[in-house]
Design a protein. Structure first.
Length: 221
């Protein structure tokens, strides 16, 4: 019986993907590299080690990852400090409804601890989401199911009783692998036919996903 919700963060709870993409692309420029929109879309949701391996594959083994990472973090923090981060449409109302009905919730994000909490705080969502499992807290990142299994354990609910909401292929595969009822809400990249068939449902927006979650959990106002 479905009775809990596990959220991915970037592109699901918060509208951070444009900010991350902008910082990632600008950070590559001083090193004479171009991070295209297509390459960025392929990197979505990857855990740190796999993301760095993909960058080295695209930019060459001599690409200075440590310098690039520092540049990215400076640009990202500056952008967030100036412009903030907005929650995705429909998310605050959904979280309010889930709290009203005492539905257990958690976050399962590849983002590192500290960065994730800061992003949720900037979007004004921290109070709704005290349980946040991050990429550096599990040995195997997405698409392995570990992060979703740990999030379910943290809120004391069997994984098969959880709804997972994801926007990326690696994240959706992780949630499906954990046995969760997986809703895919594509953000920057449309799903392949294979991925669309793998998840329970593909929904066009977070407001649509919010309505579906409430229906699945039989929540009434």
């Amino acid at each position: 019986m479905l009775r809990a919700v596990i959220f991915d963060m970037d592109g699901v709870l918060i509208d951070s993907e444009p900010v991350i993409r902008r910082a990632a692309q600008l950070a590559a420029e001083p090193f004479g590299r171009k991070l295209s929109d297509e390459l960025y879309a392929d990197l979505l949701g990857l855990p740190g080690a796999e993301l760095e391996a993909a960058l080295l594959s695209a930019f060459g083994a001599d690409f200075p990852l440590a310098d690039y990472r520092r540049g990215f973090e400076q640009l990202y923090r500056a952008d967030v400090g100036t412009n903030g981060i907005r929650s995705k449409p429909g998310v605050p109302a959904l979280l309010t409804a889930l709290r009203k009905h005492r539905v257990p919730v958690a976050v399962a994000t590849s983002t590192r601890s500290g960065h994730a909490e800061a992003a949720l705080a900037a979007a004004g969502l921290s109070d709704f989401l005290p349980v946040c499992i991050t990429g550096d807290q599990v040995q195997a990142g997405k698409p392995a199911p570990d992060i979703f299994l740990r999030a379910a354990a943290a809120i004391g609910v069997d994984a098969v009783d959880c709804i997972a909401i994801e926007d990326s292929e690696v994240g959706a595969r992780a949630a499906v692998g954990a046995g969760m009822w997986t809703l895919l809400v594509p953000d920057l990249k449309a799903p392949s036919a294979t991925l669309a068939a793998l998840v329970r449902e593909v929904l066009p927006s977070m407001p649509e996903a919010a309505r579906r979650v409430c229906a699945l959990l039989n929540l009434v106002s």
